[in-house]
Write a protein that binds this ligand. Structure first.
Ligand code: FAD
Length: 402
């Protein structure tokens, strides 16, 4: 019987020694890029130290725009069986039903999603399970050496190692912390099943800035009802310890308006927590190498923009830059810089960073400007709620209206 070690060694031996693109890091960014490049006939090596992506708490939902980017690059058939589609999302604000949104969203668990995409990799882009011991980059060829002595020679090196620093540091890229411990994300399963929840999906915004919470979103992954809550506590706060110990009590206090529809917030799993910092990169404009996804910048989960950034990087590289770069000799920094200076990439990254900062300020900002903005926004929302109630007066209530 083959052991895990045998399988990993076999995978390393199977790696082509010479490829057009070597991708280090097989998370969502690296795996999606490998799939999309293989589909266009490129010879790719994808390297990760783990055969199976660990099941950590990361993104658990994407919207239609991101799904369209997966589809554009032929990844739709691989991703669709791994996600749970939903529409008719009910939003609550100021403790009241606010609106129904008919947009499509897709729920998933991150580890199984990445593993499902890895399983769809074709022979032109095999996953090599191995540890990188040495990287050298230059204006013509890039070299990746694994700890078992295998050498991969490529025209372009893509760094897709997420938060991890080793490869970035070896190349000379520096991470700049723009906002340390910017936000805290919490994930847990509710005890109710999908059938027991009266709404396909729910988003409930916190009422009180003192709660330091932006919103709670409840959505299906298979038959589970999963909850993600995004806010601005730190892991060390007493609030965080209290929430971990008794999420039901804290949620009942914070969001009583939706409690009855959500099984009174009975929680069926441990509460997973991730503190996220906003970071950018310095020293990335180099010969032969490009950083993508979280290996380039990290933004905040609250506005849900990380995967849009990942897929914009994949789209711009596969649609434009990599075919252009490979069509002419050399891979010097001037070629690479065209990607970092691409208006679509710049706007996607910068608007994601702006949204990350705005979401925190509008939720808990204590300056006069932010207090006034909250008053103005809430007044407008209250008027919309009154208007809706007025329009609905006399009409028979639909079961999905709170
Ligand atoms: C709690 C949380 C919730 C989030 N929610 C959302 C959301 O709702 N919507 C959204 O759009 N985004 C969200 N995000 C952001 C999103 O998850 C990330 O932007 C995205 O997963 C980044 O993918 P990646 O491939 O760049 O990094 P990763 O998925 O981290 O992949 C990095 C890969 O590199 C590998 N690696 C590391 N070091 C090495 C090495 N030395 N050699 C080889 N391989 C290496 C790792 O094993 C891993 O496979 C959330 C993030 C968090 C933390």
């Amino acid at each position: 019987m083959n052991t895990e070690k045998d399988r990993e060694t076999a995978a390393v031996q199977a790696v082509p020694a010479e490829v057009e693109v070597a991708i280090v890091g097989a998370g969502l960014a690296g795996t999606a890029l490998a799939l999309a490049l293989a589909r266009t006939g490129r010879k790719v090596a994808l390297i990760d130290p783990h055969r199976t992506h660990h099941d950590e708490f990361r993104a658990e939902k994407i919207g239609m725009a991101q799904m369209e980017l997966f589809e554009k690059h032929g990844i739709g058939p691989a991703i669709k069986p791994l996600v749970t589609p939903m529409t008719d999302i009910h939003t609550f604000r100021l403790g009241q039903f606010f609106q129904r949104e008919q947009k499509w969203e897709f729920g998933f668990s991150y580890g199984p999603l990445v593993n499902g995409l890895r399983a769809a990799l074709p022979p032109e882009a095999p996953l090599t399970v191995g540890k990188v011991s040495e990287v050298s980059t230059g204006p013509d060829r890039q070299r990746v050496v694994l700890t078992d002595g295998s050498i991969i020679d490529a025209r372009l090196l893509v760094v897709a190692t997420g938060y991890s620093e080793a490869i970035r540091r070896a190349i000379g890229m520096e991470r700049i912390e723009e906002s340390k411990a910017h936000s805290l994300s919490l994930g847990f399963d509710l005890a109710i099943t999908r059938e027991q929840c009266p709404y396909p999906a729910v988003t409930c915004y916190a009422r009180n800035p003192a709660d330091r919470t932006a919103y709670l979103t409840i959505f299906p992954i298979g038959n589970r009802m999963r909850a993600n809550m995004f806010g601005y506590h730190t892991v060390a706060d007493a609030w965080t310890r209290e929430f971990r110990d008794n999420p039901q009590k804290m949620l009942l206090k914070m969001m009583p308006e939706i409690a009855a529809q959500c099984g009174n917030f009975e929680v069926a799993s441990p509460v997973e927590m991730r503190q996220v910092s906003l970071t950018t990169t310095k020293g990335h404009r180099r010969d032969g190498v490009v950083a993508i996804g979280d290996a380039f910048w990290t933004t905040c989960p609250t506005p849900g923009v990380g995967i849009n950034r990942v897929m914009t990087d994949v789209d711009r590289l596969v649609s434009t830059f990599i075919p252009d770069w490979l069509a002419t000799p050399g891979m010097a920094a001037d070629k690479i810089c065209a990607f970092y200076d691409d208006p679509t990439k710049l706007e996607t990254d910068e608007s994601a960073m702006r949204a990350s900062i705005y979401a925190k300020r509008i939720t808990i900002g204590t300056g006069m400007e932010w207090r006034l903005r909250r008053v103005r926004n809430n007044a407008a929302r209250q008027l919309m709620i009154i208007g809706r109630k007025f329009r609905e007066a006399g009409q028979p209530a639909t079961p999905s209206m709170a």
